[in-house]
Design a protein around this ligand. Sequence first.
Ligand code: SAH
Length: 201
Amino acid sequence: MVSEQLRPHGVTDERVLEAMASVPREEFLAPRMRRHAYEDRALAIECGQTISQPLVVALMIQAAAPRPDGIALEVGTGSGYAAAVLSRLCRKLFTVEREPALAEHASETLRRLGFDNVEVAVGDGTLGWPAEAPYDVILVAAAALGVPQPLLDQLSEGGRLVIPVATSADEPQDLRVYVRRNGDVSYRSLFPVLFVPLRPG
Ligand code: SAH
């Protein structure tokens, strides 16, 4: 994965590569999907959702630039795979999933594999997780039509929010990094992506 899918496609941060190499993707898949675990693509999980392509997970985390002493929020836990990778690169990770079955399964997988600095909650991630804010890093694994204001509000000074933003229903989404500096928020676009929709409520 590291030498064929990640390094040649722009993942240069050695800490991110190390974290990607250390997380067994097959453990986050249903048994019948495990033989596909190291293919360079998104794969189906429960509830009609997907586990992201490893390259996209790595590039999102690299763009978010987590620090070992920072705290992070993920919206859209899904299988828990991206949470596992990100948790290796920060002090504490909070992750919110709206589907109770996915949250429960991800939480169980993370616990079983020893990712003990991750907390999973069931809820609407468009509201963020105000109780633990602010966050140095926020990663959103589903596409929104606009950026939910609570997520911008919950970014720390210098904090980075990585989110796929949909501009129209039938075009790829724009993966963006928002940065908060001196109270102002600005963004840069990374590349087009295709994520499942971020559903409010
Ligand atoms: N990071 C995941 C991929 C998740 S796919 C992984 O590594 O497996 C996106 C996830 O976002 C889905 O599980 C979907 O149920 C969830 N989701 C969609 N809208 C949401 C919302 N408003 N709040 C929290 N989770 C949401």
